[in-house]
Write a protein that binds this ligand. Sequence first.
Ligand SMILES: Cc1ncc(COP(=O)(O)O)c(C=O)c1O
Length: 404
Amino acid sequence: MQLVSDKILEVQKGASWIRRMFEAGIELKKQYGPENVYDFSLGSPDLKPPATVIETLLHLADEVNVPAGLGYMPNAGYFAAREALATWASQEQGVQIPANNILVTVGAAGGLNCLCKTTLLPGDEVICPAPYFVEYAGYAGTYGGVLKPVPSAPGTFKLNIEGIAAAITDRTRMLLINSPNNPAGVIYTEEEIKALAQILRDARKGSDRPIILVADEPYRFLAFDGKTVPSVLPHYEYSVVCSSFSKNLGLAGERVGYIVVNPAMDKDVAAQFLGGLILSNRVLGYVNAPCIGQKLIIGAVANLEKTLAAQSAQTDIYAERRNVMASILDEAGIEYQMPAGTFYFFPKAPNGMDDVEFVKKLAEQRILAVPGSGFGCKGYFRLALCVDKAVIERSRQGFVNAMK
Ligand SMILES: Cc1ncc(COP(=O)(O)O)c(C=O)c1O
């Protein structure tokens, strides 16, 4: 007997490497004790939410203790939340964004699903640079879309602009980029963004079906060494930003994110697009983003200076962890490019070794990593620094041993 569709069984068989390693970690922790396992498998932030979020939460019980205080709301989100997000996104993007151009979503993942649902017809293609966030294929596939990854330059992971141009067909609907990039840690430059915008324009000259440029940016706050993440909005009219508060404010479980529709877009086209996104939010069953999460963001943005300071304090913690991991990889003799952003490292498996094999070797040292194959990039592996600096330091000998 089988209650599950063949399609889901197929997806389950290829179950994400991240989850597999996470589950292997649970077993290892049972066997050796949690303090003796160095779990770099999941990109699940371990830091506390900022005080501005907690203060808002403490006052919420009274605020919602009214009829329908936790009830349904407009599918696009509370207007106050959209206004708060407009303030937030405007300061991040350096572009004035009106509240009407914002949709509050169920995390960045919910936003990407709304985008795919709203724009894709079966057989439509979504191009993305590889390596890429492992869930993208599933998001596009749910709506009949096909993910077309284009390998970036090995080692530096700079965008392969010619490769992306060559991958465009009549069925291309979306170019999906993620900067700073999970897992490669690269930040795409303004020149790269401009070059992408140009090829998208050239590919659809005279057509009324532009390719949508989607910038998935949950790691925007995590840029190191004074670097900044260029916005796509000033460079390409048919662009959207999709982001969330999962990584920067420790709200991953609260599921609150947003989509910004470029205010430079023709007003009628943008209004139709937003209408489609709002409908998708509803019919996908999300209905609206969780109301507590939205209220937390309203509070966090009302105290913008304090929240931004807390966010940059988190960036500093990840920067310190990055330095410790870099020194460990140096000592072990493992090749890597220093991540410009994110809390990931994406080093090379040594001596041309298969990435899955090397990840197994690391697991023998109770170090949990994820093979690059899981991100469409064989020969590399991902380390997520969502554990305390002391844990990273204790993994040093394990990396050295794995290289012997
Ligand atoms: C690149 C990227 N996009 C989207 C998401 C989904 O984030 P959220 O928790 O906001 O749905 C993640 C989560 O790890 C991610 O790494």
